[in-house]
Design a protein around this ligand. Structure first.
Ligand code: CA
Length: 224
């Protein structure tokens, strides 16, 4: 999952980044509204953690901007203001949740997982397909209780494709998800094909190869 932290308090932003990276999220950080606006325009985020009190921007304006994106990230509004009106206004504009500061990191994580379940209509953190099981909390993939060893990137790819079952995912979407900000990294779209190839090879021992469709010139679609 690719997360943008929009927060001008350096210590809180650093703490969030550290925690979420540990929890296997990919994080970008914007300390101003302007910076956030630029990042939102070029990257496909799964989550935006949005502080409303920014030095140069009203956070609610940023929320309006994201609602106009084709790819809509889930938004959790963080605010120290604590005012009920903010909460109502934020949710009215389409924020997925609201956390008053200070909040616990575990609370944040629980809210993020709840949003994911709601957004992707999954009932639990365990996914089944073709007799395989992927446990997104334990980060484990198994077949009849036998663990299949995947690399971190292979696991993240499979998890992401399971969340988007039967939808075509472009190479760009998958790369953004696995590598984060492609404009800043040394990016090569072939990387994704290499990881897919390895994943296919590992799963071929257990399930028929038609679980993943290659959509020529576009990307991939998980058929399950
Ligand atoms: Ca602030």
């Amino acid at each position: 999952m690719h997360v943008l932290i929009v927060e001008d308090e350096v210590s809180l932003a650093t703490e969030l980044q550290h925690f979420l990276t540990q929890e296997h999220y990919r994080c970008d950080w914007a300390s101003t509204g302007r910076e956030a606006s630029e990042k939102i325009a070029v990257n496909l985020y799964d989550f935006i953690l949005l502080d409303l009190g920014l030095p140069d921007y009203d956070g609610l304006d940023l929320l309006r901007e994201t609602k106009e994106l084709e790819h809509e990230p889930a938004i959790i509004v963080l605010t120290a203001r604590g005012a009920l009106e903010d909460r109502i206004e934020g949710l009215g504009l389409g924020a997925d949740d609201y956390l008053p500061k200070p909040f616990s990191l575990l609370e944040l994580q629980a809210r993020m997982q709840a949003i994911l379940r709601r957004k992707f209509k999954v009932k639990s953190s365990v996914f089944q397909f073709h007799g395989l099981e992927l446990d997104s909390v334990a980060r484990r993939v198994s077949y009849q209780d036998q663990e299949i060893a995947l690399t971190k990137k292979e696991f993240d790819l499979l998890h992401y494709m399971l969340l988007h079952r039967k939808r075509i995912l472009t190479r760009l979407q998958l790369t953004e998800h696995i590598w984060g900000n492609i404009l800043e990294d040394n990016y090569d779209s072939n990387y994704i094909d290499v990881h897919i190839k390895n994943l296919r090879k590992k799963l071929a021992e257990y399930i028929p190869s038609d679980w993943l469709e290659t959509v020529r010139g576009v990307g991939y679609r998980l058929m399950a």
